[in-house]
Design a protein around this ligand. Sequence first.
Ligand code: ADP
Length: 382
Amino acid sequence: MADRQINKKVLIVDDDQDMLHVWDRMLRREDIDGTFCAGGQGALDLLTRQDFAAVFTDFQMPGINGAGVLEFVKKKSPATCVSIVTGLATLEGAVSCVKNGACDYIAKPCEAAELIVKVKRCLLHHQERVEMGELRQSVRRYEELDELKSQFVSNVSYELRTPLFSIRAAFDLLSTELANGDPVKARLSKVISGNIDRLARLIGNLLDYSRIEKGVLSFVFEDVDLAAVVRQVAQALEFLIQARGISLLAFESSPLSITGDLSQLTQLVTNLLANAIKFTHPGGKVGIELKDLGEDVEMVIWDTGIGIAGENREKIFERFYQVDGSLTREAGGTDIGLTIVRAIVENHGGTIELHSELGKGSRFQVRLPKKPKAAAQGGSHA
Ligand code: ADP
């Protein structure tokens, strides 16, 4: 923006020819592009055809006066700065113009030096208005694009979900029969099943993400045994664990009940555990620990994987953030898993902390109240 040409076109409107000469001399000296006009109607004609950065108009003129010029400029080119030039007799009218949107007023008689300061100030002001308008336009454009993207994500994930459900159901019916004791076919069945699960997880994340963006991620609170959720998720991800050659340390916990949304808590554990598996090299370990802290429960999902550098530890919770690195690229993903995790934790009134060391592994420590306030307030919310 620094190098760009500043619009220096100034329109001077005054029915006093001597005054117009004074302006002319002064603007020429300062290399400012002046246009001069002896009355309100002429000014309106010029303003219809050209864009000016600033207009300096006498207040009292026969026909259309300074207030009329101001009104026209406000409608036609709101970025143009209007200053009212006035004698003492019409000072009040000029002040009311300032209340109505004029940038300034100049009381006659006035020194040339003062006039030039005011002109320069108006040109700067106009420039700021133009830049602010452009900035607003860019923000609006980004918001529109963001909205389009959200709508697209939402539509696509809904469209993908239905056929995937049918594939899952049909495959479950066929798989036992297909394998029929043949170990190779049984292995292939597992591969298909594992990948159907993976697709379902991705689509689930996309749907949740769209709901979070729209503020309609609804929660139905009930009694949930978190230990059972962990076991069920670990079982669902067993194929992924085996495929990556990772060992999941035996999970031991007696039932641990909290008030929460079953499907969201399942998603929370799934996303954290799937990441731990994805970002750990073959031969590595992952584990889940649950602790009863009285009013809260603590769940830690840890891995001996690639770890996360200090500068990335906050950013990975932002949407569409992926740490650069070969394993990260290889593992793929939608980069919204942790955004969803954070939203779920927050909606349960909990906190999440990340402890990690590059090359050594990560620990995601989630603390959830057994009785979230949101549940007491009615259960279902965004
Ligand atoms: P994705 O859906 O791609 O896994 P997430 O939002 O879940 O996206 O994670 C964002 C990024 O955070 C990942 O792409 C990865 O770079 C990093 N990350 C998340 N969990 C771990 C982990 N356990 N170990 C190392 N890096 C991780």
